[in-house]
Design a protein around this ligand. Structure first.
Ligand code: ZN
Ligand code: ZN
Length: 415
């Protein structure tokens, strides 16, 4: 393990841990906490664990992932390894959530860890993992529990972002970017998050009052009409959960998002930033939709993995999310490309392939069965992959049921 010595004394790391527990999870009193993290993130895991116990958590259990162990699987694992996933582990996580546990993930993986590996093996391993993970993903996408994702500046991630810097300098620069985007630099980060949530709630309330039937994105290489699900509701900022908590699922977050109609997406769209998916970079994605389904897809890099992703299941080539993010968001303004969806999706308007969030329906989707959700146009899939389609050259319009429209964003900014 390689942890820069200065970090344990950096008070910002402790503030990030506090924000993760108080804002991200919205508290954890009386709950167990299930945490996952890269091995390198142990200093943050320990601080989060302290804050969780101080906030009344009954038990904190952390599962560490190790990039070197992952590579050992590709180097030495038998062929059958790539159709194998720890279903027993995910069943256990699902059981914990059912019993009321909260969930915290620390992201910071090497964005191109698997770049040199056989795309077929990567695709098979992802598919096996997605299928096994389903029971543990459902309570999260349905916001049955309070959950959050924060990040840690691992050396591999930092070097991917700042290849020209020494490892130490790259890690320092990434930490500065993480702390700024996560509002840790504010005098009172928890209060800064309350203000930020109020701003996002105002945007979402405006869109919900409009009841648009579609959002149309237009700009270079893009003319895409995303029909919205019947009874859709825009979400953004902190959200209430079915276990009666209020969580901020992503730290940072800048998006206001809702559920598209799985059969009503038409036109073509280009990605505006590279997508880092399970250790593979997919760049310059260009797709065309017909009747909600992707019928043509290309990418200048990672096209093999993109195709495998689209073949995952019937819902993998349809949309489960559409999100609006202004081009002037702090993450976008940093000018950095993070190669990490948690950050890059908050720098740009985006769409997600795959599973829809049942939360984004009138009344928070409570009481809607899977059949009810499908009838309203919510997509279902083993995957949920966000990719970026916004930039300072993209306009977004709200389309009304009668075909008239009005501007939502011009040149990437809220009108
Ligand atoms: Zn999103
Ligand atoms: Zn998403």
């Amino acid at each position: 393990m390689n942890v820069p010595a200065r970090l344990p004394n950096d008070t910002r790391l402790d503030k990030l841990a506090e924000v993760a527990v108080k804002v991200g999870l919205g508290g954890v009193a009386g709950q167990q906490l299930v945490m996952t993290a890269p091995l390198e993130a142990a200093p943050l895991v320990r601080r989060i664990t302290e804050h969780a116990y101080k906030a009344g958590a009954t038990l904190v259990t952390t599962l560490y992932a190790d990039d070197e162990a992952t590579l050992a699987r590709y180097a030495y694992g038998p062929d059958a390894s790539f159709d194998t996933a720890p279903a027993w582990l995910y069943a256990g996580m699902a059981e914990a959530y059912k019993a009321g546990a909260a969930r915290l993930a620390i992201s910071g993986a090497d964005p191109s860890l698997l770049a040199g590996q056989d795309p077929d093996k990567v695709g098979r391993a992802n598919r096996a993992n997605s299928a096994a993970y389903m029971p543990a993903m459902q309570p999260i996408v349905n916001f049955e529990i309070n959950w959050t994702i924060v990040s840690y500046a691992t050396p591999a991630w930092a070097k991917a972002m700042f290849p020209g810097e020494t490892e130490e300098k790259a890690v320092e620069k990434l930490w500065d970017a993480i702390f700024a985007a996560s509002r840790i630099d504010a005098a009172d980060p928890v209060a800064a998050w309350q203000q930020h949530n109020a701003n996002l709630h105002a945007r979402k309330d405006w869109l919900n009052a409009k009841r648009f039937s579609a959002v149309r994105f237009a700009g270079p290489g893009t003319d895409l009409t995303v029909g919205l699900a019947d009874d859709h509701e825009w979400c953004g900022g902190s959200t209430s959960t079915r276990n009666a908590m209020t969580c901020n699922a992503n730290i940072p977050t800048e998006e206001v998002f809702t559920t598209p109609h799985k059969d009503r997406v038409e036109g073509h769209v280009r990605s505006t930033k590279p997508l880092s998916y399970m250790g593979t970079l997919i760049e310059d994605i260009a797709v065309r939709f017909e009747g909600g389904r992707i019928v043509e897809a290309t990418a200048s890099r990672g096209e093999d993995v993109l195709r495998k992703v689209l073949e995952t299941d019937e819902g993998a080539a349809r949309l489960g999310e559409v999100a609006l993010v202004p081009h002037s968001s702090p993450i976008s303004a940093s000018g950095l490309l993070f190669y990490n969806t948690l950050y890059d999706e908050n720098a740009s308007s985006h769409i997600a392939l795959g599973q829809a969030y049942s939360k984004c329906f009138v009344g928070g989707g409570v009481g809607l069965s899977p059949e009810d959700l499908a009838a309203r146009g919510a997509n279902k899939s083993l995957i949920h992959i966000d990719w970026m389609i916004g930039s300072d050259a993209i306009d977004a319009d709200g389309v009304n049921a009668d075909g008239t429209s009005e501007p939502i964003m011009r040149k990437g900014e809220w009108v």
